[in-house]
Structures are given as structure tokens and as C-alpha cells.
Design a protein around this ligand. Sequence first.
Ligand code: AN7
Length: 365
Amino acid sequence: MIPKTLHDRGVISRYRSFLPVSEATPVVSLNEGSTPLIHSPWLSGVAGDGAEVYLKYEGLNPTGSFKDRGMTMAISKAAERGAKAVICASTGNTSAAAAAYAARAGMRCAVILPAGKIAAGKLLQAFIYGADVVAIRGNFDDALDLVREFSAREEFEIVNSINPFRIQGQKTASFEIIEELGEAPDLHILPVGNAGNITAYWLGYREFFEAGKSSRLPKMVGIQAAGSAPVYLDRVVEEPETIASAIRIGNPASWDGARAALRDSGGAVDVVTDEEIVQAQILLASRDGIFVEPASAASVAGFLKCHGKARCAKCPFPAGKANAKIVLTVTGHGLKDPGTPAAKEMRITEADATLEAVLSVLKLA
Ligand code: AN7
């Protein structure tokens, strides 16, 4: 039995009345959610016109990504129906979250991963939390197709975002943003891979709007990596490629949800190159002190693209609107992916252990 105090601060206890849970649901939580909404002086300055830009730093969840919000719901509901095991396909973060929450619930966890394409920190997480890891010779889309075949097996609960409880949990990020800003933002930018998160955010914004907790809805902007951009291209990408391995997905499961969010919010989807992603990752760390993984930096790269010289014609940024509020979700922690190309920033200079030598390296001699 999990002591109650330990899950009193997770998203289920915080937003119970907006979630499909009951007294019969055993809450499995690691105190996910309540992540900081951090003001970015740098990006606010880039936007101009009195705009305020905020980063929803989801890397500060218990396993280092936004997936924990959905996983507390998926695992709690799996426990409620007596499932003994869970399974997922993943580009890394879903498997880390599934493994941790399954461990917490005393369930077996199997994760199906594209071999050689998972960031080192995420792979380590799956193992350390005790999951059974299968690396398939194929990509994420192949892994998800395989996992769908487990729906016939009663003992397994599928905890990918095709599990509707995942979306329910993830929508709580929108609730937090509205509570913190006192209103929905004008514009919300986030990376899109399997498209569960943009679906979830849009659901959350609509639910709080309907509950009278906000008086407007944001325009939703999805950012994809140029080499893995099925939503942008409006077609399946057979061999997706990007250094942002988390969003290396060619056939998103929640494609319809993404379409609806983009259409109904008056939003847009755009692409950024790997170079733009790495550049944005480095700039966000060195200017704002926030280190995110490459997929998360796609949000920032997309924002910079919209506000740079190559401002895209269809960008729904409320041009001319003074004091706009813009939120970017940065979905995962930078420490998850030490193999990121941004690691080339590490240029270590050795010195003798003397003041003189150290001053010399610091160019203070
Ligand atoms: C850091 O872990 O799909 O559009 O299997 O890890 O909801 O898929 C991860 C996706 C963005 C894209 N940022 O979100 C998985 C997986 C990070 C991510 C996304 C992911 P979705």
C-alpha cells in the first residue's frame, strides 16, 4: 500500500474532479506535475511588443519528462482493473515513465524500443526501474504496430498514448498554465511526435474554458523535426530521421487529435532543421539557464523561426497584438541525452593545479 501522503501532490489528487477516477482507483503517483512555468527574458525580448514568453519546464517531472502526467493515470487505471503487466513502444521517455510507475505499482513492464535510437539516459532509466527491454530492428512506428498486437492479451495493459487515460493525465499541464497565468495564453507552442501531447493540451484548454476558468483558447502551434514531419507534410514518413530521437516518428497515433487541435484553435504546424534544434538547445541553456533535450528544443527553434527573418507566412502569432502571452512546452530534461550534438560544447582544457595555470586558462593571467 502506498502511503497516502506520497501521492497527495500528484496530478490525480490535484485535478481529481476533471479526471476519470473514483474512490476505487488506487492512485499510483510519484508527485508528478506542478512543474514550473518559467518566464524567459530572452524569448520575451525576441518577441517584442511587450510579449511575455514562458517555458513550461516538464523536464522537472519525476522521470524527467511530461510522460509522467499521463503515466500516473494509465498505471492507476491498469491497477484498478487488476492488470499485472504493462507494455509500450517508445522513443525513450514513455518507456522511462512506464517503467518507473509500473515499478511503483508492483507490475511487470515490457518496453519495445527501436534498437540504437534511444538516448542513453532514457535507456538507463528503463533498465534501472526494472523493465524488460526489447530492442527491435525497426523504428518507433514498427514498435507501436507490434505493441498494438498485445491488445488481445488480457494480462497486459498498453500504456502508449493510444490508451485514453494517458491523454487525460497529460491535459493537466494546460490546467496548471491557466491557474498560473490566470488566463489561457494567446499562443501555445510544443513539439509534435506521436501527437498525444498536442491532443492532450488542447483537451485541457477546452475543458478549463468550458468550466469558466479561462475566457479564451490559445492558438496551438506544433513543431516537427524536418526529417520526421508527417503532420506537416500530411503524409506518413516511412523512414523518419532526426537527431531529436524522441520525435523520430513517421506515423503518429494521435494524428486526428493533432489535426483537430490545429484546425479548431486556428493554429499551425511548422518544421525545424536538426541544426536549428541544436542551436536552440544551446541558446536556451546558455541564455535562460534551462537545459532541455533536443526534441524539447524544437519548441524554441520553432518560436525563433517564427520570429526571425524567415517568419513563416502562416504563423498564427498574433502580430501587432501588444502584451501577448506565449507558452512553450519544453517536454524533457537535457540530461536524458548526453549524446546530443550539443555535447560538442564540452571543450575541456586541463591545467596544472596552480593558481597561475588556472588564471592562464581563464585568460586572467
Ligand atoms: C521529450 O517516449 O513518443 O507528440 O515514446 O519524449 O505526444 O508524442 C516521446 C515523445 C516531445 C512528442 N518531446 O510528444 C515516447 C514518445 C519529448 C518526447 C515528444 C516526445 P508526442
